[in-house]
Design a protein around this ligand. Structure first.
Ligand SMILES: Nc1nc2c(c(=O)[nH]1)N[C@H]1C(S)=C(S)[C@@H](COP(=O)(O)O)O[C@H]1N2
Ligand SMILES: [Mo]
Length: 352
C-alpha cells in the first residue's frame, strides 16, 4: 500500500493491485476522516427513522434474516483520487495528495437498502436518504460523525447495498464493520462505513462531509466558502488510468502493450478507450472488456508502436452518454482537488 497517513489511516492501492477485476482485501484502498471505531456487532443496532411510516431498529441478525441477500460487484473511487496531479497545477494545502490508486473493486454482499426502505414506508415528502457513521471526525466543524446522503431515486435502486461482506469475507473493521453502505457508481464518500443510522428527509444531509465533497469554483477560498456553495458531488465522472507500462518505464522500441482500466460511474458503461503516442494527433482504439454489471471498472489494452526517445502516452475514455474525459488538468482544477478525471498521461522512454 502507498500510505499517506497512519492516523486517520489513508492509503492507496499500488498500480499492481489494480490490474485484476476484483481487488484483494489487503490492497483495497482505505480512506478515513477519523480513527477506525471499534463497533461491537452484538450490541450494534441500525436505526431507521425520519420521514417514514414505521421507524425501525435492526440487529445484524434481523438484517440478515428479514431481507433477501444481494451481491454486487462495484468499484469504489474516492473523489480525491488523482489530487496529486492537480496539486502540480496549483497547490492544494491541507489535503491528502492521492495518486491514481484511491480506487478499488470488490464483490459486496448484504441486503438492498431498497428492501429496508420498503418495510419502513418512506413518506412522499422525503427526497433524500441520509446515512450516519459511528466514527467521530475532528476534521469536521464542529466535530461530528461522518455522514452524507443520496437522493431517493438512487437510494431505492436495488444495487445500493447495506453490506456486511466483501470478496466473500466478513467486512473488515477498516472498511466499516459490521455494516456499511455501498453506493455503486457514486463517489466513495457516500458509502458510509460503520453505519449506525438511516434517515429519510426532505433535504440533503446537513453533515459536514456532505458539502465538503463539492467542487468549488477556482477562485473560491475553501476555508471561507459558505456551506452548500459549489457543486455537491454524487455520481463519478468518466475516468481512466494507464497501468502498463509503469511510470517512467524504459522500453525497447517496437510494438508495446499498453493497458489500464476505465470507470464510467453512475449507471453508465465505458464505450471506448483511445490511446495516443503522438500528443493526440492519432488515436488507437483499445480492446475493452465488457463490465460484469454497470458499476465496475473495465480493463482495456492496446498495442502501440512507440517512437524512439521520450514519449508521452495519453489515454481517454468515453462513456455511454458520449461524455469524454477532459484534455487538461487545468480545466478540472478546483480548490479542494476533487473529481480529477482529466485524460491519463504517462511518460515513457524508448530505446532505438
Ligand atoms: N464512517 C465513515 N464512512 C466513510 C468514510 C469515513 O471517513 N467515515 N470515508 C468515506 C470516503 S471519503 C471514502 S472514499 C470511502 C472509502 O472506503 P474504504 O476505506 O473502504 O476504501 O469510505 C467513505 N465512508
Ligand atoms: Mo473519498
Amino acid at each position: 500500500m502507498i500510505v499517506h497517513e497512519v492516523e486517520p489511516y489513508n492509503a492507496e492501492s499500488p498500480p499492481e493491485a489494480l490490474v485484476g477485476q476484483i481487488t484483494p482485501l489487503d490492497t483495497f484502498y482505505g480512506r478515513n476522516h477519523a480513527p477506525i471505531p471499534q463497533v461491537d456487532a452484538e450490541s450494534w443496532r441500525l436505526q431507521v427513522d425520519g420521514l417514514v411510516d414505521r421507524p425501525l431498529e435492526l440487529s445484524m441478525d434481523e438484517l440478515r434474516h428479514r431481507y433477501p441477500e444481494r451481491s454486487v460487484v462495484a468499484t469504489m473511487q474516492c473523489a480525491g483520487n488523482r489530487r496529486a496531479e492537480l496539486m502540480e497545477v496549483c497547490d492544494i494545502p491541507g489535503q491528502v495528495p492521492w495518486g491514481p490508486g484511491a480506487i478499488s473493486t470488490a464483490r459486496w454482499i448484504g441486503v438492498s437498502l431498497a428492501d429496508v426502505l420498503a418495510e419502513v414506508g418512506v413518506r412522499p415528502e422525503a427526497a433524500h436518504i441520509s446515512f450516519t457513521g459511528a466514527d467521530v471526525s475532528d476534521q469536521a466543524e464542529p466535530p461530528q460523525p461522518f455522514g452524507g446522503s443520496i437522493p431517493i431515486p438512487k437510494a431505492t435502486s436495488s444495487e445500493v447495498l447495506l453490506a456486511w461482506a466483501m470478496n466473500g469475507e466478513a467486512l473488515p473493521a477498516a472498511h466499516g464493520a459490521p455494516l456499511r453502505v455501498v453506493v455503486p457508481g457514486w463517489i466513495g464518500a457516500r458509502s458510509v462505513k460503520w453505519l449506525s443510522r438511516i434517515t429519510a428527509q426532505a433535504e440533503p444531509s446537513d453533515n459536514y462531509f456532505q458539502t465538503e465533497y463539492s467542487i468549488l469554483p477556482p477562485e473560491a477560498d475553501p476555508h471561507t466558502a459558505k456551506r452548500g456553495e459549489g457543486i455537491t458531488l454524487g455520481p463519478v465522472a468518466i475516468h481512466c488510468a494507464i497501468l502498463e507500462p509503469g511510470k517512467d518505464a524504459r522500453l525497447p522500441s517496437g510494438p508495446t502493450e499498453v493497458a489500464g482500466f476505465a470507470f464510467a460511474g453512475d449507471d453508465r458503461t465505458v464505450e471506448r478507450v483511445d490511446v495516443s503516442a503522438d500528443h493526440g494527433n492519432t488515436w488507437t482504439h483499445a480492446h475493452l472488456e465488457p463490465p460484469e454489471n454497470p458499476w465496475t471498472w473495465q480493463h482495456w489494452h492496446a498495442t502501440l508502436t512507440l517512437p524512439s526517445g521520450e514519449t508521452e502516452l495519453i489515454a481517454r475514455a468515453w462513456d455511454s452518454t458520449a461524455a469524454v474525459q477532459p484534455e487538461s488538468l487545468a480545466t478540472v482544477w478546483n480548490p479542494r482537488g476533487y473529481a480529477n478525471n482529466a485524460a491519463a498521461h504517462l511518460h515513457v522512454t524508448c530505446r532505438s
